[in-house]
Design a protein around this ligand. Structure first.
Ligand code: FES
Length: 156
């Protein structure tokens, strides 16, 4: 019994130490998206889709659905690090309920970094990957709108 309590105490202390270290490097917004990622899902039959590989070899995919000229659904998946999930989560939130042009004008790596209160230098490319992927999905929306028949040749 005592051993279990000791182990639990040790685990709690370790977790506190990790969180304390994380808080020194990352903003509350980053930690919030890290602990509760938004829109981490694939969307079937999307109006826009992109899959991008970052310089680190991690991949991100974004899926967009449009309704009444606005982004009604936006989801992402990644095999990347926790910061990549944070950036993808924020990017999808930023895109929701925006028009195609609003989202394209708004979402960039710089804007994601600003919204997150910055990231340590080694994580900056995660924001670039999220921005590039969502911009690719938005561009794909436009291309599908111009040539709707292309959708039937895709495998998403
Ligand atoms: S470490 Fe590669 S995208 Fe985050």
């Amino acid at each position: 019994m005592e051993k279990d309590e000791d182990l639990e105490k040790f685990a709690c202390e370790l977790q506190d130490q990790i969180m304390e270290k994380t808080r020194k490097q990352y903003s509350e917004t980053v930690i919030n998206h890290w602990q509760n990622p938004r829109n981490f899902r694939k969307i079937d039959n999307p109006d826009g889709h992109a899959k991008v590989k970052g310089p680190c070899g991690d991949t991100m995919e974004m899926f967009i659905k449009m309704k009444d000229e606005k982004i009604s659904e936006c989801g992402f998946q990644t095999d990347g690090c926790a910061t990549t999930i944070v950036c993808g989560s924020l990017a999808t939130e930023l895109a929701l309920n925006k028009s195609f042009t609003q989202a394209l004008g708004l979402i960039s790596a710089d804007f994601i970094l600003k919204q997150l209160g910055g990231l340590p230098e080694p994580d900056v490319h995660c924001a670039q990957l999220a921005a590039e992927t969502i911009r690719g999905a938005l561009t794909d929306c436009l291309s599908q709108k111009r040539s709707p028949w292309k959708k039937y040749y895709r495998q998403n």
